[in-house]
Design a protein around this ligand. Sequence first.
Ligand SMILES: [Mn+2]
Length: 139
Amino acid sequence: MPTPSMEDYIEQIYILIDQKGYARVSDIAEALSVHPSSVTKMVQKLDKDEYLIYEKYRGLILTKKGNKIGKRLVFRHELLEQFLTVIGVKNENIYNDVEGIEHHLSWNSIDRIGDLVQLFENEPELVEKLRRLQEKEDQ
Ligand SMILES: [Mn+2]
């Protein structure tokens, strides 16, 4: 099981490869606001744990295991954003709140939140009901 910090790296590497086709140490450092030397250290650990293959001058690629986990981590992040959005959390809070909770929920909780998001999607009148309730509270 990757640690929260490892998860952040795998998630970001997955996103970079998905968007640009590659993930450089400098890009990862920028995306995570950390020093490149921290990235190199972590990338070596992720290589040792077989999440990716790192070759100093050729960049890095995710292994099958790394890719599978990266995909799940991105899915989890997006689902939690959808969840906070549908329950009416202000846009400005969503990203940071997701970053704060995503590593601390079991996959069981993620799946149940997924059910709830699905329910809200299938029954938009529930979202309207919730909004009306929130408008009352705001008054
Ligand atoms: Mn995230």
